[in-house]
Design a binder for this molecule. Sequence first.
Ligand code: TGC
Ligand code: FAD
Length: 390
Amino acid sequence: ADQFQAPDYYNLDDLLSDEHKMVRDAAREWVKREVSPIIEEAAQKAEFPKQIINGLAEIGAFGPYIPEEYGGAGLDQISYGLIMQEIERGDSGVRSTASVQSSLVMYPIFKYGTEEQKKKYLPKLASGEMMGCFGLTEPDHGSNPSGMTTTFKDNGDHYLLNGAKMWISNAPFADIAVVWAKNEEGRIYGLIVERGMEGFTTPETHNKWSLRASATGELVFNNVKVPKENLMPEKSGLGAPLGCLDSARYGIAWGAIGAAMDCYDTALRYAKEREQFGKPIASFQLQQKKLAEMITEITKAQLLAWRLGVMRNEGTATSAQISMAKRNNVEMAINIAREARQVLGGMGITGEYSIMRHSMNLESVITYEGTHDIHLLITGADITGIPAFQ
Ligand code: TGC
Ligand code: FAD
């Protein structure tokens, strides 16, 4: 059984409201009950566990902060963060599915879509009846999405969409895709593409060593006729997809804490139980150093995420502040996973424990939603006023 006990070294619970704690605890219990028992096998088989979709919807993981009138949970940003933390405590791939559905599919429809689009898609996305994916990255344009070559052009009562997207989470099973493409003037817009439209295919990406319980694929558009009412008109330009990324990156800053907590908690328990040289390995200074540094880093990351959440609630958090938290917290988690794996010795490499899976997953998390390098450059540009991307 899942024995997880969440570390809270600085009594962060005192900073949370009763609603925050209730939402967090419900997500935590659900992960223990529904995710932990099945996730290792799903990851080993490289299958997304579709049976958890309903449960994700029930804990409010699809559109936590989308208003209730559109089917969302109507929660604040801290609750959103806490849900992501708990889900990623289970698995980063499951959190990916929730991040994409909420921040990369529901958010753009809510912010940039028409009233008809909101009514048509948001309630079904919130309930999990419909699943979505987000296509920004292309084979030749990852860190530099402004160079994208996917295009759409006016063709009477519809647009003709051509191009390809790569590394798209949820693509193999998604019912709809929010796709970013350039019009004839080179201006970027988001289009809602539905599965079944002629010329639209979603080949799956195989042989991943990371995020194996998440389905990843391509989006290929070959003269796809997209009805004009599927264009999201309220925002265009690169700022439109980047606005969605702000929300998803914020969720990852919390999610990474969950993965780190799980690794720390597992390593701490193991170190107290495992004996070598006639003593628990937790009694050796070298192991204590690892564990003490882990809890210190987790505590710092919690404070960063919490403060960012307060600023998100106030509407004052900048994109650069979000980049700092995503970058710091994911690096924190990947380092903790690596150290925790060593505390478990040989057992650490097996699927008996979650640590190696977290460690492999975090290799994707440190790359997607803006690589570790790109977030450093965003901070660099912000503090110096000099962008160093090119
Ligand atoms: P730049 O000139 O800096 O900006 C272009 C326009 O965008 C505006 N902007 C933003 N708006 C909202 N939010 C942000 N975070 C924004 N950052 C920039 C900016 O003001 C400007 O607006 P305007 O009106 O002046 O045109 O653009 P650039 O081409 O120099 O690129 C900047 C850079 C490198 C930081 C950006 O392109 C970037 O972030 N690259 C990384 C790409 C990335 O993160 N891709 C993620 C793909 S999705 C994904 O990975 C999902 S995984 C999900 C999962 O499974 O969990
Ligand atoms: P590149 O941009 O080619 O970068 C390669 C290396 O060069 C990196 O180390 C990078 O930091 C470095 N680099 C690039 N530019 C600079 C620079 N200016 N200065 C210094 N170094 C630089 N995308 C989506 O749109 N939707 C999704 O759902 C999605 N899901 C994903 C799921 C997984 C499992 C993975 C692995 C990726 C996913 N992505 C998704 C794509 C992800 O966002 C990209 O992989 C990421 O943005 C990096 O792009 P790239 O892989 O093309 O690497």
